[in-house]
Design a binder for this molecule. Structure first.
Ligand SMILES: Nc1ncnc2c1ncn2[C@@H]1O[C@H](COP(=O)(O)OP(=O)(O)OP(=O)(O)O)[C@@H](O)[C@H]1O
Ligand SMILES: [Mg+2]
Length: 237
């Protein structure tokens, strides 16, 4: 079977507007340099690396939120370079779930409404979406908080709402960027337990983390340094 994610010789260079000024070949800042990486379906992988090493940039490319400057990216067997924007957003909505710190919950919507949100782009009936969202919120231990707005939830509870939201469309792959970054170690342990459960149900997970304990929960750790993969090893977990 095709891997979930196949990155071949992926590079990403960011250009500033004035790099292009006088018709010179723009230089830009190379942030990813020839990244080649396969992630199998059902695998649980941690991405580690120092600040600025390119982890979020890589996760954005994997999540179809940005395109590489060069190289080939196949997602679930599809060559993403050959797909138009509609097809890409379709893949993003149906096949990917995001738990990014920058993807805040909507403050004026309840936990339940936040979880239902990614379903509104599909044609699934409202009642079915709400039922699924309730089940997910129960699974993440928030049965008694469904009608709370984010401001009345703790950081860990908000992160669990974000997990439930990421799972609404039953994605093949969950991409998470520092989902435990602002949590104490107990709460962070609960979130990681959830990731393990999601993984055990067959979902592929790519998790960016600075935390060694969190990373060790994955089956495999890929270390990025200065835009390159410098280490790729199984954890034995
Ligand atoms: N849109 C952008 N334009 C220009 N440079 C960018 C852009 N986004 C990221 N960069 C640069 O790319 C490099 C990698 O950034 P990235 O966000 O991928 O790092 P990171 O590994 O996620 O770091 P952190 O652990 O701090 O989140 C940084 O030097 C950053 O300044
Ligand atoms: Mg980052």
């Amino acid at each position: 079977m095709d891997p979930a994610i196949r990155l071949a010789d992926i590079s990403k260079t960011f250009f500033r507007d004035n790099d292009r000024k006088n018709g010179d070949e723009p230089e830009g800042i190379p942030v990813l340099k020839s990244v080649t990486l396969d992630i199998a379906r059902g695998e649980f992988v941690s991405l580690q690396g120092t600040s600025g090493s390119g982890k979020s940039t890589l996760l954005h490319i994997i999540g179809l939120l940005d395109r590489p400057t060069s190289g080939a990216y196949h997602l679930l067997g599809d060559d993403t370079a050959a797909l138009d924007d509609d097809h890409l957003s379709d893949l993003r909505n149906k096949n990917l779930g995001f738990v990014f710190q920058s993807f805040y919950l909507i403050p004026y919507a309840t936990a339940l409404e936040n979880v239902v949100l990614p379903g509104l782009y599909s044609r699934r009936p409202q009642a079915e979406l709400t039922a699924r969202a309730r089940t997910l919120l129960e699974q993440v231990g928030l049965a008694d908080r469904m009608h709370f707005k984010p401001a009345r939830l703790s950081g860990g509870q908000q992160q669990r709402v974000a997990m439930a939201r990421a799972m609404l469309n039953n994605p093949d792959i969950i991409l998470a960027d520092e989902p435990t970054g602002q949590l104490d170690s107990t709460t962070s342990g609960e979130i990681i337990k959830l990731f393990r459960q999601v993984h055990e149900s067959g979902t592929t997970i790519v998790l960016v983390t600075h935390d060694e304990h969190v990373a060790a929960q994955a089956q495999r750790i890929v270390r990025i340094h200065d835009g390159r993969v410098v280490e790729d090893k199984p954890t034995g977990a």
